[in-house]
Ligand binder design. Sequence first.
Ligand code: NAP
Length: 317
Amino acid sequence: MDMNKKIYDVMILGAGPAGLSAALYAARGGLSVLVIEKGVSGGQIAATDAVENYPGQMLEGETGESLSERMALQAEHFGAVRVQDVITEAVLDGEIKEFRGQKETYSGRFAVLAMGASPRPIGCKGEMQFKGSGISYCATCDGNFFTGLDVYVAGGGDAAVEEAVYLTRFARKVTIVHRRDQLRAVQSIQDLAFKNPKIDFLWDSVVEEAFGEGVLQGLIIRNVKTGEQTRISADPSEGMIGLFGFVGNIPNSSLVNGTVEMDERGYIRTDEDMRTSLKGVYAAGDIRVKTVRQVVTAAADGAIAAVSISADWQMDG
Ligand code: NAP
């Protein structure tokens, strides 16, 4: 190891709301903090137009991007250092933790894993093209944009069915497109959907293709049993439909696979103070085993992780 190399008190991987809140709290608590992010800061909310449900967020014109940029500035204001790098290896079992990146190797006494999760893609043609202009993976974030329109939901699990019910607050009609003829969602959630007159189902079906000019205007749905394809187009007077993907999430935890304890889906297990199974390593935000994945809960996790680190630091003497 390079003896002149800086050893941070806390290294945080991921600059979404969890990582940035951990950085804010740790830096403000007097620890030296490094935040490493591979892309732009903000995580999943950076790609969200409007954040209406973060407490206190009522600023005119606020976007997910501007909110997260302020979070980053606030962490920096207290002395957190931010770098952009892609970490390819994590060495976390020693007293000093290391994140090895494409640009540099970073060292620290404590590590916070805040790499978040990504929605699993629906897998249809045109998906990337209409992401943000008709295709979304967050009903809480984007449902409002589809007020009075027809909305399609891909998936049949708890998230798909629950969010379909939520979307009926805005949409004229919500159609759940599920690849089997039975939902995976728990019965109580199914019951809500079945009794909702605004919800329709397309069974044994998948979204094959999304199309439109500029915005999402139509879908090609394929029946997986018969192979039959159906073309759905927006009402010309409205010119747009919505498609929400809830076919599961993928935690961004592959870097630490086999290093810290995870559930069978790859979410990292922590105690309520955000400690993972490995000493000196904490996890916060969407990457964690938890039930509510929102900006407010990610921020809370980050704060708790930082406070736990301070406490554990003092315990270690
Ligand atoms: P999930 O339970 O993994 O369900 C994913 C759904 O998408 C399944 O219906 C699956 O079909 C379908 N699917 C998967 N890959 C697909 C593909 N390539 N093409 C088309 N469809 C595909 O995911 P989730 O609903 O996001 O839930 C994730 C976890 O969070 C679950 O443990 C869930 O219980 C939990 N959750 C709980 C609540 C709640 O308790 N209120 C709310 C939301 C989420 P198959 O059914 O055929 O496999």
